[in-house]
Ligand binder design. Structure first.
Ligand SMILES: C[S@@+](CC[C@H](N)C(=O)[O-])C[C@H]1O[C@@H](n2cnc3c(N)ncnc32)[C@H](O)[C@@H]1O
Length: 503
């Protein structure tokens, strides 16, 4: 223990005038910097209008001991002086940058968006590729799930031994065309039940990946419902330029060309009113939607909004202010507090910070005073709330089919926390925080389907259902065609931690 402290001191102490050395013993979540309320708390104003606030300082004996042994991450400044000395930025402004920013502060959601989607150094444009099989697996000829996995791994050769890019695996690709056909059956039945023959079948897919779902759905409708096919239109709204180009090169586009439109923009930039009934499909899109960070005062439960500061050395710091931004206020307001007494499946596995024992929280705060009497972090789906608002405003007659992970192993710290992961020489490496070098890590959130079902009903005012992945596929998928000789069915048994939200 002593050696650890001595080592820490050697690393940390810096005589005046000596060059800066990063303190690698601090992670960005070692300290929770808490800001006092600003003078005009009801308006979300910037630095200039703010009077000098007084900062609470953690000064328990343990806090003092800790301070004496380590570098001051705020370089002798008060939290407010440090925080407000950096200009506020956001994802939209950062999109124009070719290098990762320094000396800025931003909402956690903007940091996550920048890490994942910045066109110049973001994870999606630069690092990720979606795995695609050369040709569909013939499940009925395979012995069992083990043979399925062997055949699947053989296809990695097409990506080189150590692909420079990170490979994602989505059920659409692994189980094509069967997975897309299951979605097509669901769409067709609902379309014929409610809309045929008075309306066209219009499908908007958010985040089309390689374009495989589009091809499989249209192939299925053309073969099985030629009359409906004549009335079908398929539009992909895709944020990534690379992927939208790939979708345009989809082999089957030649067959379905006039039916398909590929729109290279983020769904959050959508501004066209669509009065016709339509289906909105989004598979594996929710997990990469940015979230915001919230902590709660452990004495009175007041929520605090999380920010990330990047200092002049490129080090990350987390700050919390009692002034909530609009999206956070919207989400917390729409969710209310009833959810605390009706635990979702997710809440049965991880305690919400507001449901934690107060005495325990206070004791933990005594031991780790740099938490500044704030709870553990909750990650709230602010972008998902905005997505529902976009659907409600621009697609008032829509029905939805969304699917994603309802839980994820190896998550980072916090409630509803993401898995932050990268591949290093064939090994998956996870971290305890999303505040890592932007663009090198996938940041994937689980979706609490129980909570988002209520959120969707609140925002869009429509009824909606949730189903577990296997339950949905058992009803709509071709079970015979995807079962191996021994009776195992990988399409049903893989992705057990995924669910659907559908209307
Ligand atoms: C994990 S991939 C899934 C692709 C495909 N749906 C599948 O299942 O194979 C996520 C997709 O969503 C897209 N995407 C992410 N955020 C988006 C946004 N805000 N608007 C439109 N597309 C988005 C990504 O570029 C990518 O195509």
């Amino acid at each position: 223990m002593r050696r650890c402290f001595v080592g820490r001191r050697l690393l940390s102490t810096r005589a005046p005038g000596t060059p800066f050395a990063h303190d690698y013993t601090h992670t960005p979540i070692a300290y929770t910097h808490r800001l006092p309320p600003r003078i005009e708390a009801d308006t979300f104003k910037d630095h200039e209008d703010v009077q000098e606030p007084k900062d609470p300082e953690p000064q328990t004996p343990i806090g003092q001991l800790w301070s004496s042994l380590s570098n001051d991450p705020l370089q002798g400044k008060s939290p407010s002086d440090f925080f407000y000395s950096f200009p506020l930025t956001n994802f939209k402004k950062l999109k124009k940058r070719t290098e990762r920013p320094r000396k800025v502060r931003m909402l956690a959601s903007d940091f996550i968006d920048d890490s994942l989607y910045n066109p110049n150094y973001g994870y999606f444009p630069k690092q990720a590729e979606i795995f695609q099989t050369g040709k569909p697996f013939a499940y009925t000829d395979l012995e069992d799930t083990d043979e399925f996995v062997t055949r699947w791994k053989e296809q990695y050769d097409r990506y080189g031994k150590q692909p420079a890019l990170q490979l994602w695996h989505t059920p659409v690709e692994l189980f094509q065309p069967y997975y897309g056909e299951a979605i097509a059956r669901y769409l067709l039945v609902n379309y014929k039940l409610n809309l045929y023959p008075y309306h066209d079948l219009i499908i908007y897919e958010i985040g089309g990946g390689n374009g495989t779902l589009m091809a499989n759905v249209l192939d299925y409708i053309r073969t099985n419902q030629p009359e409906v096919y004549k009335k079908t239109r398929y539009k992909i709204v895709e944020i990534s330029k690379n992927l939208s180009e790939k979708q345009k090169l989809q082999k089957s586009l030649a067959k379905h060309g006039s039916k398909v439109e590929i729109i290279n923009k983020s769904i959050f930039d959508w501004n066209e009113f669509v009065p016709e009934p339509c289906f909105i499909v989004g598979l594996e899109v929710l997990d990469n939607l940015a979230h915001d960070m919230v902590k709660y005062d452990i004495y009175d439960g007041q929520p605090y909004q999380g920010y990330v500061v990047i200092d002049e050395h490129g080090d990350f710091h987390q700050f919390y202010t009692p002034e909530l931004n609009q999206d956070t206020e919207n989400f917390l307001g729409l969710r209310g507090l009833e959810f605390l007494s009706e635990p979702s499946d997710y809440m049965k596995t991880v305690k919400h910070p507001l449901n934690e024992n107060r005495t325990l929280q206070q004791f933990r705060n005594f031991l780790t005073p740099f938490n500044n009497a704030l709870s553990k972090t909750e990650f709230i789906p602010t972008r998902l709330t905005s997505l529902f608002q976009v659907l409600n405003e621009y697609f008032p007659e829509h029905q939805i089919v969304l699917s994603d992970f309802d839980s994820l192993p190896n998550a980072s710290q916090g409630y509803n926390a993401p898995v932050v992961q990268t591949m290093l020489e064939d090994k998956a490496i996870t971290t305890s925080t999303f505040m890592v070098e932007q663009g090198y890590f996938d940041i994937m959130f689980p979706t609490d389907f129980h909570t988002i079902r209520d959120l969707y009903i609140n925002v869009c005012g429509k009824l909606v259902k949730t189903s577990k992945h296997a339950e949905f596929l058992e009803q709509w998928g071709d079970i015979e065609g995807t079962t191996t000789k021994t009776g195992e069915n990988p399409m049903l048994t893989f992705y057990q931690n995924a669910s659907f939200l559908h209307s």
